[in-house]
Design a protein around this ligand. Structure first.
Ligand SMILES: [Fe+2]
Length: 191
């Protein structure tokens, strides 16, 4: 499956610009992590999983990760991508455990990218680029801030990866900083 086919499939089930932006963000961050984690030759694959991971969320929020296999299979997506997508609902709606490094990264970063964007929007720059770990850590610890981004899931993701929480925060922040221009450009092109 090509990236364009995947994107068309995503748009078949997602209209909300916030959801499109989230998909583009997680795609870019996943590709960054593929390089970072020594899977550069699989970067496109990691990106596809990121792009499609929430495909069922807009129309079927109550069946998140349960409805996804049907939508993805209908769209001709391969079973390995479907498995990886579903695994980010581990312990929430499904019992498919993240096994591959890519699946663990997806689990750990999904909610965290949302938190980082929300923190960026609070800044005069509206950007991640001048954000430091210390300030991100403060937002993470502030329970009322971006309360929809589950700290429990983020912490569980770090544990799966065998990383300290700070390591996960720093790496994901680095990823977002590196990808921000590209994410903004792509999101604007879709708006
Ligand atoms: Fe997500």
């Amino acid at each position: 499956m090509t990236r364009n086919e995947a994107f068309d499939l995503l748009k078949k089930y997602n209209r909300d610009p916030f959801h499109i932006q989230h998909a583009i963000t997680v795609e870019a961050v996943m590709k960054w992590f593929a390089e970072d984690q020594g899977y550069a030759d699989e970067a496109e694959h990691w990106g596809l999983v990121g792009l499609l991971h929430d495909i069922d969320f807009e129309l079927y929020p109550d069946q998140h990760c349960i409805k996804a296999p049907e939508l993805l299979r209908d769209g001709g997506v391969s079973e390995d991508i479907i498995r990886s997508v579903v695994s980010h609902g581990y312990g929430i709606t499904v019992d498919v455990k993240p096994e591959h490094q890519m699946e663990k990264v997806l689990f750990a970063c999904d909610e965290l990218t949302g938190l980082i964007w929300a923190a960026a929007l609070m800044r005069p720059s509206k950007s991640t680029k001048d954000m430091e770990l210390k300030s991100l850590r403060k937002k993470y610890k502030s329970k009322g801030f971006a309360a929809g981004c589950s700290r429990e899931v983020i912490a569980q993701g770090a544990e799966m990866l065998g990383w300290e929480l700070d390591e996960l925060l720093q790496k994901t922040l680095n990823a977002m900083q590196a990808c921000e221009d590209e994410i903004n450009a792509q999101t604007a092109a879709e708006a």
